[in-house]
Design a protein around this ligand. Structure first.
Ligand code: FUB
Length: 368
């Protein structure tokens, strides 16, 4: 794929219809004829938001009525695929924005490059963003010079950057996939972590153990490793407390076990609030589901409730959930454009709740 121009306006396949008519709605775009799938003759539910670069791990936010998406920027690298995700060799971030879902998507210039971050060595994985006052915060994981994942933060007066990084990672941060949720009372929390390549299992003592397990705790009958959550400081630049476990329980109130690969936490935390309940959602990794658990507090515990998204094309699955224009949207990614797990593309589709607050499971493929 050629290097794209620094700034361009993209009109993705899904959005072509919306681009061609000002009156077309997001629903019209969602109902556009799906393209034939490269996988098993199935058809994709939705189309990539952009095709000029490869993007994944979309964290979507609505600020001043506009939708901003903070994705990973996938690139072709030389490293062979392995179970630690060494082949995800991303080096910068670029922001997408759109005035409406189904409308034109703007791909903004580089918002943050790894060469700007003194402590970061490689692998800028899934980011998220937050806003407080007139400042925007970009949170990102990267490996430090010792090979340990840490989480950094960078600031800007614009939601699309450029962002200026803090010189050090967030004190006490570790692992990957930060997701920052701001509650109705203005308090912000970072959810983070990932097992296997995300290294949670190598931080169980508080220090990074480079020789630790490559996967998990390797104790299938014990509580699984959990995501972590910490309230952020008033300036949004540090943890205000020691990270706590994000406990997800089964129907009997017992923590999910390490062997429960269909339900236990793997990576890709996201938090949203619906009808005063806290919805913690995440990827189950090697079983490829996006699932969710519901709680009464941002700290949990959360009770496992069900699946949001069935497996997409490609190994990874990572999402965000946001309300826009009175409707709820799932941003996700697959490998439709490249057929390769390391080169992904972000998508969006509408998410629906049942009257009891459960979420209707989405199949990323449709049969027509
Ligand atoms: O994009 C690199 C990693 O793959 C992310 O941090 C994970 O969530 C998975 O999508």
């Amino acid at each position: 794929m050629n290097r794209p121009p620094m700034y361009l306006v993209a009109c993705a396949a899904l959005a072509v219809a919306a681009c061609s008519s000002e009156n077309e709605t997001a629903a019209d775009a969602d109902n556009a004829a799906p393209q034939a799938s490269a996988t098993e003759g199935r058809q994709y539910l939705s189309q990539p938001l952009i095709s000029e670069i490869y993007t994944a791990d979309p964290s979507a936010h609505v600020w001043d009525g506009k939708i901003y998406v903070y994705p990973s920027h996938d690139i072709e690298g030389p490293t062979p695929e392995d179970d630690l995700g060494s082949h995800f060799e991303m080096r910068d971030y670029r922001v997408l924005s759109m005035d409406k879902i189904g409308g034109p998507v703007t791909l903004h210039p580089v918002a943050l490059d790894i060469d700007q971050v003194p402590w970061a060595d490689k692998q800028m994985w899934a980011p998220d963003a937050a806003r407080k006052g007139d400042t925007y915060f970009l949170y990102f994981p990267a490996k430090d010079k010792q090979g340990a994942f840490r989480i950094g933060v960078a600031t800007s007066k614009s939601p699309v950057g450029p962002f200026e990084p803090q010189p050090e990672p967030i004190k006490g941060s570790f692992s990957i996939d930060p997701a920052v949720f701001t509650d109705s009372d203005g308090k912000s929390y970072m959810y983070f972590g990932g097992i296997w390549g995300g290294q949670l299992q190598r931080f169980t003592t508080g220090e990074y153990d480079p020789n630790g397990s490559k996967t998990d705790l390797q104790a299938d009958d014990q509580p699984a490793l959990t995501a972590k959550v910490a309230m952020l400081s008033d300036d949004m630049l540090q943890f205000a407390e020691q990270p706590r476990d994000v406990v997800v329980t089964d129907e009997n109130g017992k923590p999910l076990l390490g062997g429960d690969h269909d339900r236990r936490f793997f990576e890709a935390s996201w938090m949203h609030k619906y009808n005063d309940k806290y919805y913690f959602s995440y990827s189950t990794g090697d079983t490829h589901y996006i699932v969710y658990a519901i709680g009464d507090s941002p700290y949990g515990p959360f009770r496992y409730t069900g699946r949001i998204l069935e497996p997409v094309e490609g190994w990874t699955t990572h999402h965000s959930i946001v309300e826009w224009d009175g409707r709820w949207w799932l941003f996700y990614a697959d490998s439709q454009l490249s057929g390769q797990t390391r080169l992904r593309n972000v998508k969006v589709t509408e998410l629906f709740y049942n009257p009891d607050g459960t979420i209707k499971t989405i199949d990323p493929f449709v049969s027509r």
